[in-house]
Design a binder for this molecule. Sequence first.
Ligand SMILES: Cc1ncc(COP(=O)(O)O)c(C=O)c1O
Length: 434
Amino acid sequence: MVEPNLGQKSKELFERAKRLIPGGVNSPVRAFQPYPFFVEKAKGAKLYSVDGASYIDYCMAYGALLLGHGYEEILEPVREQLNRGTIYGAPTEIEVKFAELLSEIYPSIEMLRLVNSGTEATMHAIRLARGFTGRKKIIKFEGCYHGAHDSVLVKAGSGAAWFGAPNSLGVPEETARNTIVLPFNNIEALEETMKAMGNEVAAVIVEPVIANSGLIMPRNGYLTRLRQLTRDYDVVLIFDEIVTGFRLALGGAQQYYGVKPDMTTLGKILGGGFPLAVFGGRKDIMENIAPMGKVYQAGTFSGNPVSVAAGYAVLNLLHKKCGEIYTKLETKCERLAKALKDFIEDYEIEAQVNNIASMFQIFFTDKPVIDYASAKTANTQKFYCYFNGLLAEGVFIPPSQFETCFLSTAHTEDDINATIEAFNKALKTVKECG
Ligand SMILES: Cc1ncc(COP(=O)(O)O)c(C=O)c1O
């Protein structure tokens, strides 16, 4: 197997980091064997390491960047804001303008709160759903990841699946008991559960397209049926669009599939590279948040003007350019996915490629990947060979089978051509790594 030499400086920094930072990283998905490269800077579609290497980036900060790294039209308003102060502890005009534009783009979001991370957004959305309905249970789906808090760290995807902790230690059994986990894309399981205990369920939370167990799309009609059932039992339907928001379409999965949730969580792309997330939805639900209502939620850095300046620039940019951006991204993604499929056939490798909009992932399995169980049949050793093969060719993808690759508008035709060449070489190594 090719094990690329990522550079002496990265190696040494990782050794130093491990002494003080568990696993050497500040988020588990960033660690990989033998050591990750350390980044010095990034621009457009490229990451530049402290060892002088450059990588075409398909991680895009785990989907947080749609316009690439260091996008000037986002940085300008951020610089302007920095000159006026970084945080006030008092409201600003831009928060109001941001909320107005976001609600126009996502009509299901009649009211919203700004927070700093996706984890916060889903945590507050779930508490609010519980407060609103007076019910305790929630339903989530196997392999969906909704952040790192107790109610949702049950059969979770992303790093939790990769590092073998889908059910994290430290989550009290009493809490986990209130989280019902169902297989994704299985209408019967959903119907049966709703019939048995729908009246005790506060919320169903779902990634409408799962991007945290590799990439898994909903079957035709699945989300529509989910909408009907949740409505029948007065259960709050939360679309966790932290990845799919602004990614599948400007208006996210709810626009793409034409299904309107009661509540939505957004993050990642929303902040233009800064920590910013949102939970919002029906007015009658959101009005229960303090100081209007009795569900408590607060945050010192919530709606901080630097993140909001970046977020407002992103909203305006995407709102203006969405007509051209999304079709172009999809065309680029289709090209990459087709190249992967062709090489798999040429080299007679048992693998699947899932792709939608500007996301794609390969699974080294002979089974179509439609849920967590089928994703888990993938051969992770082969994935590791593929990942390393790509790194050796200057292409960086998320280092786990249970993540997704993301394109940005900054990826050029030359980047795509170079990536296809790298796919070719990396898949050859997969054939050899057995
Ligand atoms: C669908 C989804 N929800 C929630 C989160 C948590 O967001 P954050 O990492 O910003 O806390 C993530 C992060 O990857 C995610 O993919």
